[in-house]
Unconditional design. Structure first.
Length: 124
């Protein structure tokens, strides 16, 4: 008898491990091959803010609630949570703070920098 494994339903539009990692951390991690994030793929452009564009904003808008919920949980990016996770893109949420993309794109909601904590994190 075969074992049936149930996986968590993926978002409507697949984000992918590199873009997810970058939205959460603001860090670009170029692998040797197979990079699918927002950066230029050359390894020279590692400032994610330089790559902010319509695609990144749309991805944040689409996946915002899911990523904020993950971040607030304090969980790690494992295959149980994100089936396409990569071990070299391992990150842990941090309750009481928000991910990089929230600090970039949700400023109007948070009142700008007035809610910023030491270390650049915004309170939720």
């Amino acid at each position: 008898m075969a074992t049936v494994k149930r996986r968590r339903r993926l978002s409507q539009r697949e984000l992918g491990p590199y873009k997810r990692h970058e939205l959460l951390t603001g860090e670009i991690d170029y692998p040797m091959q197979g990079y699918t994030g927002y950066g230029d793929g050359t390894g020279t452009g590692t400032d994610l803010a330089a790559f902010i564009g319509d695609e990144m904003r749309a991805d944040w808008k689409t996946h915002r609630e899911e990523l904020l919920k993950f971040w607030a949980s304090g969980e790690y990016t494992t295959g149980e949570i994100f089936p396409d996770s990569k071990p070299w893109l391992f990150v842990c949420g941090r309750p009481g703070t928000v991910p990089w993309a929230a600090r970039q794109f949700d400023r109007a909601r948070s009142g700008g920098d007035r809610d910023r904590r030491p270390g650049g994190m915004l309170s939720v």
